[in-house]
Design a protein around this ligand. Structure first.
Ligand code: NDP
Length: 485
């Protein structure tokens, strides 16, 4: 497997151009479907990190003073370029992550383009409020924060770069983005396209590296905000480091989300929701509904239909558009998932699937675990792979209590035809994002993010623009100034 002609030209993208620095630790880029090394990038040295931050600081001041309509126009132009090149970007995303082309053609570059277009359209609509105090009054402005750092996970490298970059840029900030070391390629193309669309040099810089590069960015005094997509343990570290410098944070972290399926649900829709919420991207999705609670009356039928549908999955070459299930993105993640499956077996779970496939690359079968109790490891911990735990329940009250009994609070889903119950259950979930009779859809206009240990802040929608700006309050005195003496 070789990279397409449109591959990124060097490891980093700084001040409007590709930059190489072979002094940095080499990082192999591995195609997960075969295990082959398809490229090598170099981790950023301290000099590269410094250069990226310096150029961002320099560019941001003028960008903040640019007419917001012009800022939005550039983002919308970038969205058009991404859509024009969707196929080549999707192939790169598949090479970076191993996700089937059937998915990446519709869910990655296109989702990034949606965010650029959505925020581009809102550029001129960053408004404050006014307050009246007798004759005096006050008003607020929303001001950009300055230089923001984006740190990405490896499951959606293009989307994460755009979801962070678009709201940051449109509100007048600069961004330095560090992709996951395991999927370094796609964010470079996002930077290249943004600049081709007219973004001034320095406003979206990409530097590669492991945790220590992320840490250097997080603790730098020139940085005003850190937006991380990653695991809860990394989120704790990054938020703690950022708090030392009193920086703003957005934390998009992990989950162990519940899906409740009531007896009156449309069973095929519920099975589809559970499949989408567990096996899309081979289960490497933060918001996945990995604890599926099915009401007693439907439980057996649900399992029967689920297993039949899994048997119809097309597991194969991700570049073949007929394939709809791909490998894990890294060998390390495959090993973590296989260990989880073994632990589930050891703790008494019945395992449907669960085998590593006998081929090159990092492949695990779609897996369903049953005969479970809520205290088992597989029901409590995020696995981040194609492993669905299916449990039964009797009453709504019981199901809700069990669904909420977790440190996580990213997402939740409910399948029922009972309108009142759907909304009652949805609002009772302790979760940042809830789907009723649907799962895992994240349009750009909808806020997305977690509560409890799953995160702080929201991505997408207008709320994201609030997270990349801060209010300045201006009091206006209209009368004489009284003083005690
Ligand atoms: P990690 O937490 O391992 O890493 C996330 C990013 O943080 C990587 O770029 C990583 O670099 C970097 N990093 C690691 N340590 C530090 C540090 N001390 N300071 C700054 N940056 C650091 O997550 P994964 O990449 O393994 O992604 C999987 C996790 O992400 C899952 O828990 C998943 O649920 C969550 N996730 C959450 C989403 C959401 O929107 N809520 C969406 C997608 C995933 P490197 O990897 O190069 O070491």
């Amino acid at each position: 497997m070789t990279l397409p002609n449109a591959q990124p030209k060097a490891s980093h993208f700084i001040d409007g151009d590709y930059v190489e620095d072979a002094a940095g630790t080499p990082i192999p880029v591995i195609y997960p479907a075969t295990g082959e090394t398809i490229a090598t990038v170099h981790a950023a040295t301290p000099a590269i990190v410094d250069r990226a931050l310096e150029s961002a600081v320099r560019a941001q001041a003028q960008w903040a003073a640019t007419d917001p309509v012009e800022r939005g126009r550039i983002l919308r132009r970038a969205a058009d370029l991404i859509r024009d090149r969707n196929r080549e970007l999707s192939v790169l995303e598949t090479l970076d992550t191993g996700k089937p082309l059937q998915e990446t053609l519709v869910a990655d570059a296109t989702s990034g383009a949606d965010a650029l277009e959505y925020f581009g359209g809102l550029a001129a609509d960053v408004t404050g409020t006014t307050m009246q105090f007798g004759g005096d009054w006050a008003y607020t402005l929303r001001k950009p924060l300055g230089v923001c750092v984006g740190i990405g996970a490896w499951n959606y490298p293009t989307q994460i770069a755009c979801w962070k970059g678009a709201p940051a840029l449109v509100t007048g900030n600069a961004m330095v983005f560090k992709p996951s070391e395991t999927t370094p390629l796609c964010a470079l193309k996002v930077a290249e396209i943004l600049h081709e669309a007219g973004l001034p040099a320095g406003l979206f810089n990409v530097v590669q590296g492991m945790g220590e590069v992320g840490s250097a960015l997080t603790t730098d005094a020139r940085v005003a905000k850190v937006s991380l997509t990653g695991s809860v343990p990394t989120g704790r570290k990054v938020a703690a480091a950022a708090s030392e410098g009193m920086k703003h944070v957005t934390m998009e972290l992990g989950g162990k989300s519940p899906i409740l399926v009531f007896d009156d649900a449309n069973i095929d829709d519920a099975v589809s929701g559970a499949i989408n919420g567990n096996f899309y991207s081979s289960g490497q999705v933060c918001s996945n509904g990995t604890r599926v609670f099915v009401q007693d009356g439907m439980f057996q039928d649900f399992l029967k239909r689920l297993k039949a549908r899994i048997g119809a999955a097309t597991i194969g070459d991700p570049m073949d558009e007929a394939s709809n299930f791909g490998p894990m993105t890294t060998q390390a993640q495959m090993e973590i998932v296989l260990r989880h499956i073994q632990t589930a077996r050891d703790e008494g779970a019945a395992v449907h699937g669960g085998q590593r496939l006998d081929r090159d690359g990092f492949w695990i079968e779609p897996t369903v675990l049953t005969d479970l109790t809520d205290d088992m490891t597989c029901v409590r911990e995020e696995i981040f792979g194609p492993v669905m735990s299916v449990l039964s329940f009797a009453t709504e009250e019981e199901a809700l209590a069990r669904a909420n009994d977790t440190q996580f609070g990213l997402s939740a889903g409910v399948f029922t035809r009972d309108l009142a119950r759907a909304h009652r259950v949805a609002t009772a979930f302790e979760a940042g994002t809830v789907w009723i009779n649907q799962y895992n859809l994240t349009p750009a206009g909808m806020p997305f993010g977690g509560s409890k240990a799953s995160g702080i802040g929201r991505e997408n929608a207008r709320m994201a623009m609030d997270h990349y700006t801060e209010a300045q309050t201006i009091y206006v005195g209209m009368g004489p100034v009284e003083a005690a003496f």
